[in-house]
Write a protein that binds this ligand. Sequence first.
Ligand code: ATP
Ligand code: MG
Length: 356
Amino acid sequence: MTGLQLTNLSKSYGGHRVIHDASLTVHPGEFVVFVGPSGCGKSTLLRMIAGLEEITSGSLQIGGQVMNDVNPAERGVGMVFQSYALYPHMTVAQNMGFSLRVAGKPPAEIAARVAEVAQTLQLTPLLDRRPAALSGGQRQRVAIGRAILRRPKVFLFDEPLSNLDAELRVTMRIEIARLHRQLGATVVYVTHDQTEAMTLATRIVVLRAGRIEQVGAPLDLYHDPANTFVAGFIGSPRMNLIPAEVLGVSAAGLDLALTGLDARVTVPGRAAVGDRVTLGLRPEDFDPLGAAELTLEVDVVEHLGAESFAYARGGDLTLILSARGVPEVKPGQGCTARFDPARALLFDASGQRLRP
Ligand SMILES: Nc1ncnc2c1ncn2[C@@H]1O[C@H](COP(=O)(O)OP(=O)(O)OP(=O)(O)O)[C@@H](O)[C@H]1O
Ligand SMILES: [Mg+2]
């Protein structure tokens, strides 16, 4: 199995820098997921690994070898794109076997390998069809099959499931997780989808404006974000980020005025009187037995079946609460939302986490 080493990778288009000093180690067999807002550089970084974008500066190693100037075909990577990029005039079998044909493999070997991979991906009955006669999920499986056939050391996926409907996305997500286990391959995967990132990744890389903000196991990022950006980005619905000012410091903790909510709470933490901070509370942090209390007005309640969320206003802010933690929420009515102060996260004025 093959690892990757990115050392201070940068990319500029003209004078405009879009990737800034990205450093990352991907261990052999890992499933690393890049997430971040549109335009933050996820695809660019992936394409730099694939060799489809030139590296402006820094070093890229795959399996311990510097690959900066190595031809994409010789990097040992297989890439799967959002658009599938299948040849419309070729059958499924021809699409899948294309790279082996180009490499001059004997037809009998190509047929055998295509048959084997088709079996794994449940594509056997479709081998003679053209892409136009396939569903989105089937096309995506062909694209993945084509990548597998090349026996790459590293799989690179750029939003492979984003063109599929919700149900198919779940099926294919499980398929990809199974495939990863089966092949034991190293994977770098780009997605917009929180659930894909949380469920597939051994580690998530959060990117923002071309910089790596934090790298960690999904639940570590969820419970222990380094800054307000990661706190707000990981988790759906998102964490409530409430501006506050430190009014007092005592043995009980920080006495905070929650700006915009017209409320005061005491939470554990370290800061100085007068500091502006941000209080982070996840929707599920609300709990009827909590010691801290907010008075809010419920605006909208969403029932999703297993879970309900309330959007509740206090002053200028709208908070999202898991309705489980706030009994008897009804739209248009007041509610008392309680939380355990020990669950609140604190961030300084620049957005960096303040740890107790
Ligand atoms: N060929 C190019 N020339 C100039 N700028 C580019 C080029 N390709 C990408 N960019 C810029 O680089 C930045 C990163 O783009 P990239 O496609 O990597 O974002 P992304 O994170 O994949 O976004 P999305 O989630 O929308 O796919 C963007 O600001 C984009 O406009
Ligand atoms: Mg992209």
